[in-house]
Design a protein around this ligand. Structure first.
Ligand code: 13P
Length: 255
């Protein structure tokens, strides 16, 4: 059983939800519910909620992350935030390459690589998202898409930096749709990602990388998904906006 070599990580991705005030209230509600977690617990929140989230999570086992980061250190990039700005706010994690960024905001495998490198160079733990569309799944190229996205995202990432990388396999068709991948599909997708990492860094290193599943993971299906050999955690959208539901997922990962 290789799963024991890896850190289980449950991360919420709040997307475009919650004001600072709502952030404080939700984290205060979550804190006691996840206090006994035997996994890493992370909440990735909108930029404007970061200060409130870090303050509310102080002294607890909840770590705070951002939902994106720009690759340049500073300059004329309206609307963007640098890695240094995040670390200065005591952010420990960041998401890169979420499919919503790729789909709606023109991000490419290349920019996801650059953003991930900037995050890793700043010492941020980086949750890199990959995932095929429904069309790609129907075309039978899921393995190729996941392999390509993973390898390009990790271009120039050293084996040492890889220790701060988490990959989230999020099939685009399962995000926010209520249509979860079956546990077998999730395990297979995560295995494709692990095989791609093994191609570049070797099988021993690949066995140590935490690979999450994301896409309609919820309180009802988390236990089955997380029981799979290659599913080392979850990246949770909708269910991370409800303290009780999120804590049930955290508990499932702690078994
Ligand atoms: P849902 O859990 O709402 O499907 O979102 C998944 C996701 O995109 C997490 O990054």
């Amino acid at each position: 059983m290789n799963k024991s070599k890896r850190n289980a990580v449950i991360a919420g991705n709040w997307k475009m939800n919650n004001t600072p005030e709502q952030t404080t209230a939700l984290i205060n509600e979550m804190k006691p519910l996840v206090a006994n977690a035997d996994c890493d617990v992370v909440l990735c929140v909108p930029f404007v909620d970061i200060v409130a989230a870090v303050e509310a999570a102080k002294g607890s086992n909840i770590k705070i992350g951002a939902e994106n980061v720009h690759f340049e250190a500073k300059g004329a990039f309206t609307g963007e935030v640098s890695a240094e700005m995040l670390t200065a706010c005591n952010v420990e994690y960041v998401i890169t390459g979420h499919s919503e960024r790729r789909q709606y905001f023109g991000e490419t495998n290349e920019t996801v690589n650059l953003r991930s490198l900037a995050a890793l160079n700043a010492g941020l733990k980086t949750i890199i998202c990959v995932g095929e569309t429904l069309e790609q799944r129907k075309q039978g190229v899921t393995k190729e898409i996941l392999s390509m996205q993973t390898k390009i995202a990790l271009k120039d990432v050293t084996a040492e930096q890889l220790k701060n990388v988490i990959i989230a396999y999020e099939p685009v068709w399962a995000i926010g749709t209520g249509e979860t991948a079956t546990a077998e599909q999730a395990d297979e997708g995560n295995k494709f990602v692990r095989d791609a990492i093994a191609d570049v860094y070797g099988a021993d290193v690949a066995e140590t990388v935490t690979i999450q599943y994301g896409g309609s993971m919820n309180a009802g299906n988390a236990e089955e998904l997380l029981s799979k050999e290659n599913v080392d955690g979850g990246l949770i959208g909708g269910a991370s906006l409800k303290a009780k539901d999120f804590s049930i997922i955290v508990a499932a990962a702690s078994k």
